[in-house]
Structure formats: C-alpha cells, structure tokens
Design a protein around this ligand. Sequence first.
Ligand code: TMP
Ligand code: ASP
Length: 256
Amino acid sequence: MINRRRRIYEGKAKVLYEGPEPGTLVQHFKDDATAFNRKKQDTIDGKGVLNNRISEYIFTRLGEIGVPTHFIRRMNMREQLIREVEIVPLEVVVRNVAAGSLSKRLGIDEGTPLPRSIIEFYFKSDDLEDPMVSEEHITAFGWASPQEIDDIMALSIRINDFLSGLFMGVGIRLVDFKLEFGRLWENDMVRIILADEISPDSCRLWDIATNDRLDKDRFRRDMGGLVEAYQDVARRLGILAENDRTGGKGPVLVKN
Ligand code: TMP
Ligand code: ASP
C-alpha cells in the first residue's frame, strides 16, 4: 500500500509520503537506527512501531494543552497522518541535566543538574554534521526570524515543563530532548508549529530510581536492550499494556 504513494522525503529513521489530501503527509517510522551522522547504523526490529505510538501519545497530550503540532492521527502501526509544513532548518535541543555533547563540550559530568533549562540551536545539515549555531547566525542567514525564534523558544519551554512532569509521573527523568518546528500557512497567515517526532530516539530518558537509560543512548553506546527500554517507556505511559499491542489505559503512575 505504501509503495503506491509518492515518496516526498527519506530521513534516517522516517519516510514522508504524499498524504491523502492536499496539505497532508504520511510519516512512516522505520526500524533503522543511526548515530553520529550515520557513522553507526543498524536495524532494530520493532523500534519504528514503538516510536510511532510514543510520538502519537506525546503529540496528542501536547495538543490537549494547546501546543500546535503537525500531528493529525495515527493511521496504522508504522504511520501517522501529519500536516505538511515547511521545516525550519534547526534542531532545537532542550536540556535539564548535563549529558551527551554538553558534558563533552563543557566538561560537566553526566547527570549534573543544570542551574536552569538550556535551549540550544543546531543547523540541520548532514554535510556539516549539524553545527551548533546562535540566534545571531539564525537571523543573519534567514533560517528563522526573531519573532519565529521567540515562538520556538516559548513553545520549547512549555513542552519541556509539560513533558518533564509527564515523565516524572511515571518514574522517568527527562534529561534532554530535540525538537523540530515547521511553518504552517493558513490563508495569509504563517505560524510555527511542532513537527517531526518526540520519542526515545530524540530524548534522553533516565529511570529516576536506577538511572537506567531508556533511550537511544543504548544504541549509541552499544548497551543493548533498546527495544526493551522503549517498550518500558511505552508501558509506563500506559500505551502498551503487558502482552497487549493494542492497549491504552493512560499513564501508570509510580511513587518516587
Ligand atoms: P547531544 O547531547 O548529542 O547534543 O543530544 C542532545 C539531545 O538531542 C539528545 O536527547 C538526543 C537528541 N538528538 C537528536 O535527536 N538528534 C541528533 O542528531 C542529536 C545529535 C541529538
Ligand atoms: N540521529 C543522528 C544521526 O544519525 C545522531 C544521533 O541521534 O546521535 O546521526
């Protein structure tokens, strides 16, 4: 069925197809995993299905609190219908706890809480390996306007506050995550909405009790058990009941 659709774009972990109506696309989640700009790659059975469900859940919850997103509805195990947007060529990283490239760049031990949440911008370019950029670069080169940067930062902070609480409720620390935004035209107006995905591929999620990694660092760092970790996240969010692939009973709250 998917083969009859026109392929619009193929990324590392997703494919975008033409949607059933103008202004829509189908976002297909693959099982492919890459890290370090494709220097490391593998296929992990079941990852795409889990990310589709987890991202659906998160985008739906964000929509409910008034965050505008590209998500329309999930179509099947691997695909969701989304609004077509013009992607702002930035990866927006929000950090609450030092980890990954921030720890490496600034010599701060992983796990050190940051004095406040920090937003970073990276220019989306595989050729350049997504270099970090400042607001000066973004406005000077016209990747986004000052107003768009304001909107992106305000949305990022709201998303961080909401998701930090959501994950904390199920015993998970939201260490950091990456967002992408797009421009949506409606009549003569253009506005910034949340696009792409939010899943354990694009977040660092640590078990609060054990500090276990429940995210793509399991792949980046050859720790194994990636699908089991993603299943654990889905189960805690209440979207994957034990022995049930269709379940959905809402978050499973834990006492910390
Ligand atoms: P970093 O510490 O490697 O800069 O990653 C920060 C966060 O952004 C982490 O949650 C993983 C996510 N991320 C992506 O989703 N895609 C990327 O290409 C990179 C480098 C990071
Ligand atoms: N997704 C990026 C890549 O494939 C990097 C990462 O997530 O580590 O290179």
